[in-house]
Design a protein. Structure first.
Length: 478
């Protein structure tokens, strides 16, 4: 019966593997779903459907198929498939709220207030200080002859760049031994818990039982984050009562909007907590893993490394620190970042979408209730779009106008359409600023045995696609 129900070809569903009873095609996913789904798409096509447990899952694996979901039928697919582990958090979360007036009001605040260029410009001096601290920290490690764990220092720095933008304050420190304060540990744990496969998501009928305990575990982690956010909010409210000067960071802007009585967005305490959880959760690991992969690729591609450093030496020079406004003048660096996104998209399947109505796409019916993955990892390695797809070749982007804003479906690491990443303007600034600073102040080399044996490029699939074996490299100040 499950076979007949599941195998939907007769009902005009997109082609896909034959499901097994009960589990459907879950057994085909393995621990690298982006890769398994890419392999399956080679057999079944760029629009594929499969049964993952009890849930019809549709996977788009080409720019044309992605465009159908994210542009042509964007309104229908602009709801999320909410993971069970999100629990109560999903009620006020920008990431998980459905496309309804409240979500739209929150997105509007993001676009016109928080991530608007003039707001980001006004807070860039705080980020400049953080990047200077990173450079000092790497300098200290270099003097001690210690290797730099790139992902770890990048993660701490990204957390602090975000927390300066939101609270005008650090929430963690590079100088913590091991580089991870409590706050950072919680964020990392949330990413792990959020990225682990959960029976509840494949068999919604069992979700109430939370069999693997992910909802409870995440609930506890969120509560710890919320305590930190509460302290920040309470301190700020006290400061405002006593007439303290405004900082005009994200917290001030949100408190102003709340005072203005924006009822649709409903910026109450729970919503602020959820928003901050979203911003740290969605922003830190994604940005820092981009940096780790970019350095990994550059360290194995000396010609690209030389070009990136030469460009920086010419445009900036090692004496002065890099400003966010310099990024426009660094086309090769931008090409390096795009090439990194192509090969290592931080969110390889985007954040799953969901449809509430039957929809026709490319002649097939996508049944209501389907979960939709856009396999941007597969799209980045498709030889139809990219010649020599496995090769790290930033040059392919020079003279090509791919702007990452979801207008060119060949490269959509931030998604596209209504649900595109609202943090992209900050992410772009952070990633370029940090990468440029690391390259412009130091020369880099791999440890000898890694140089001899090659870098282990294994990926770890989770909420973000991170490097399984951390990249450690030696820096020498220029
Ligand atoms: C390299 C860094 C980043 C990448 C690659 C990235 C990628 C993404 C992707 C693929 C989505 C889903 C888009 C879709 O469904 O079409 C997303 C959503 C989101 N991102 Fe980012 N992101 C990054 C950094 C950030 C930063 C720095 C922030 C904020 C500080 C942020 C906040 C969010 C939020 C709140 C959402 C949910 C939006 C919604 O559902 O309406 N992201 N991001």
């Amino acid at each position: 019966a499950v076979y007949l129900l599941g195998h939907g070809r007769r009902r005009g569903r997109p082609p896909g593997p034959r499901p097994l009873p009960v589990i459907g095609s879950l057994h085909l996913l393995g621990n690298q779903p982006h890769r398994s789904l890419a392999r399956l798409a080679k057999v079944h096509g760029p629009l594929m459907s499969l049964h993952l447990g009890a849930v019809t899952t549709v996977v788009a694996s080409s720019p044309a198929a992605a465009q159908e979901f994210l542009q042509r039928h964007d309104a229908v697919f602009s709801n999320r498939s909410v993971p069970d582990a999100a629990g109560d958090h999903s009620r006020n979360s920008l990431v998980w709220l459905p496309n309804a007036p409240r979500w739209r009001a929150l997105r509007k605040i993001m676009g016109t207030e928080l991530f608007a260029p003039h707001r980001l410009d006004a807070l860039q001096h705080l980020r400049r200080d953080k990047v200077r601290e990173l450079v000092d920290h790497v300098g200290r490690l270099a003097r001690r002859g210690e290797a730099v764990n790139i992902g770890r220092v990048a993660f701490t720095t990204c957390v602090n760049l975000i927390s300066c933008t939101i609270f005008s304050r650090d929430l963690t420190s590079l100088d913590d031994d091991g580089g991870s304060g409590e706050f950072q540990e919680v964020v990392t744990d949330i990413m792990e818990a959020g990225g682990s496969p959960n029976i509840s998501d494949f068999f919604p009928a069992l979700a109430a039982a939370d069999l693997q305990g992910w909802r409870r575990r995440l609930g506890r982690l969120f509560a710890r984050l919320h305590r930190t956010f509460d302290e920040e909010i309470d301190a700020r409210l006290r400061g405002r009562e006593t007439g303290g000067p405004k900082k005009n960071d994200f917290l001030d802007l949100l408190l102003d909007a709340a005072e203005d009585g924006d009822n649709t967005a409903r910026l109450d305490r729970d919503t602020l907590r959820s928003l901050f959880t979203d911003l740290f959760g969605a922003g830190s690991d994604t940005s820092s893993s981009t940096l780790e992969w970019a350095m990994t690729e550059l360290l194995q591609s000396p010609a690209s490394m030389t070009k990136a450093c030469d460009e920086l030496a010419t445009v900036i020079g090692s004496k002065r620190s890099i400003e966010e406004s310099d990024i426009d003048r660094l086309p090769y660096l931008q090409a390096v970042v795009k090439e990194t996104f192509r090969l290592h998209p931080p969110v390889p399947l985007l954040i799953p979408r969901h449809t509430k109505v039957d929809t026709k796409i490319m002649g097939y019916t996508i049944p209501q209730g389907s979960r939709v993955f856009i396999n941007v990892w597969a799209m980045g390695r498709d030889k139809e779009t990219w010649p020599e797809p496995k090769k790290f070749m930033p040059e392919r982007f020079l003279g090509r106008t791919v702007d990452l804003r979801g207008g060119d479906f060949d490269l959509i690491p931030f998604g596209a359409g209504r649900r595109i990443c609202p943090g992209m303007p900050l992410a772009i600034r952070m990633v370029h600023l940090i990468l440029a600073s690391l390259l412009n102040q130091f020369t880099w080399r791999l440890p000898d045995e890694v140089e001899r044996n090659g870098v282990d490029m294994a990926e770890k699939f989770g909420v973000t696609l991170t490097k399984a074996v951390p990249l450690c490299a030696f820096a020498t100040p220029l």
